[in-house]
Design a protein around this ligand. Structure first.
Ligand SMILES: Nc1ncnc2c1ncn2[C@@H]1O[C@H](COP(=O)(O)OP(=O)(O)O)[C@@H](O)[C@H]1O
Ligand SMILES: [Mg+2]
Length: 327
């Protein structure tokens, strides 16, 4: 039996649009940004689940909702079969340790005035897990694990004294120090130098095995997901358009949007040519998303029904789901 670590059910996050005072007085209703608009998926224990899509599709908001860093508008989140969507902050405390996030920008997420070692071990003190001496031992250990060596020297350095790759290793170490079950990695290598991206990805895979981790891996880049993910969900304007195991989705994409995203992935063979399918035009506003299928104004295969009816996610077998009227 497959065990789910995370189950997301009909999750929604609507952000009220900020308006000026007069505008608020004149407006008859509040507008909402539908950042996440009724999505459901599971993350299985021990897998890397990818969440991909262009910028603005709601990936980061989904990650933050799962960690309860953002409150859902509607829907439920189960962590290890417990509904955490309605827990109070005190009840949530025990769960916080078990889920950690790695942000895109390691520089912004490390305190510039804190030594790297102290940043990595900070949460041990916050959660009153150990004293200063024990903290130092644990931190040096985890620094070894993520390749931040020589550990004794780097422990006392400040973020600006490290390279970009080392900073990202520090952020990974900090996420691991409480021995979490789930890591939400939000574009973890996007800011890193191209030359160290592959090394960081390999490190994340090694650590996953070493520490029995489960990842929610968020990215706009489908070349990376192919390398690291077991399963994937493709998001667009707050909706999941397609999901399945990585092989099915890559070898047999069923949604025109997935196809378009895949066409932008570079092929290693310089002679190979592929049609570049990423459709022109801007991503429509998530405040008033297009009626019917949200992708229809950009879709090369759009039909009458597409602007009228919103397609539901249909299972094509082998847990490969797609929301498209063409299927
Ligand atoms: N705190 C917020 N307040 C208002 N709007 C937000 C907030 N966070 C995200 N959004 C909006 O929600 C949409 C989805 O954003 P995000 O989840 O960051 O997408 P992604 O990570 O896929 O780029 C965007 O239109 C964004 O501007
Ligand atoms: Mg994001």
């Amino acid at each position: 039996m497959v065990k789910n670590l995370v189950e997301v059910r009909n999750l929604k996050k609507y952000f009220p649009v900020q308006k000026g005072f007069v505008e608020t007085l004149l407006a008859r209703k509040i507008d909402y940004i539908k950042a996440v608009d009724d999505i459901s998926f599971n993350i299985r224990k021990g897998e890397v689940f990818g969440l991909a899509g262009e910028s603005g599709s709601g990936k980061t908001t989904t990650g933050r909702l799962i960690l309860r860093l953002t409150e859902p508008t509607e829907g439920k989140i189960f962590f290890n079969n417990t509904d955490i969507s309605s827990l109070s902050p005190t009840e949530m405390r025990g769960f916080r340790k078990r889920m950690q996030i790695i942000f895109q920008d390691p520089y912004a997420s490390l305190n510039p005035r804190m030594k790297i070692g102290d940043s990595i071990g900070h949460s041990l003190l916050i959660h009153k897990i150990c004293d200063e001496d024990e903290k130092r031992k644990k931190v040096l250990n985890i620094m070894e694990n993520v390749g931040l060596t020589p550990t004794n020297v780097l422990y006392g350095k400040y973020p600006h004294q490290l390279s970009g790759g080392q900073r990202q290793r520090a952020v990974i170490a900090r996420a691991l120090i409480l021995q979490p079950d789930l890591i939400v990695a939000d574009e973890p290598i996007a800011m890193a130098d191209v030359s160290v991206r592959a090394t960081l990805l390999k490190l994340m895979i090694d650590l996953k095995h070493e520490f029995n981790l489960t990842y929610l891996f968020i990215t706009h880049d489908l070349a990376t997901t192919k390398y690291i993910c077991d399963r994937i969900a493709i998001m667009y304007l707050g909706k999941i358009f397609e999901t399945g195991n990585i092989y099915d989705v890559y070898s047999n994409p069923k949604h025109p949007y997935t196809e378009a995203l895949l066409s932008a992935v570079p092929i290693p063979d310089p002679k190979a040519r592929r049609k570049h399918l990423i459709p022109g035009g801007e991503i429509p506003s998530p405040i008033n998303p297009p009626p019917g299928c949200r992708f229809h104004p950009r879709c090369p295969h759009t039909m009458d029904i597409c602007s009228k009816e919103e397609p539901e996610l249909i299972d094509l077998g082998n847990n490969h789901l797609v929301a498209c009227h063409l299927k």
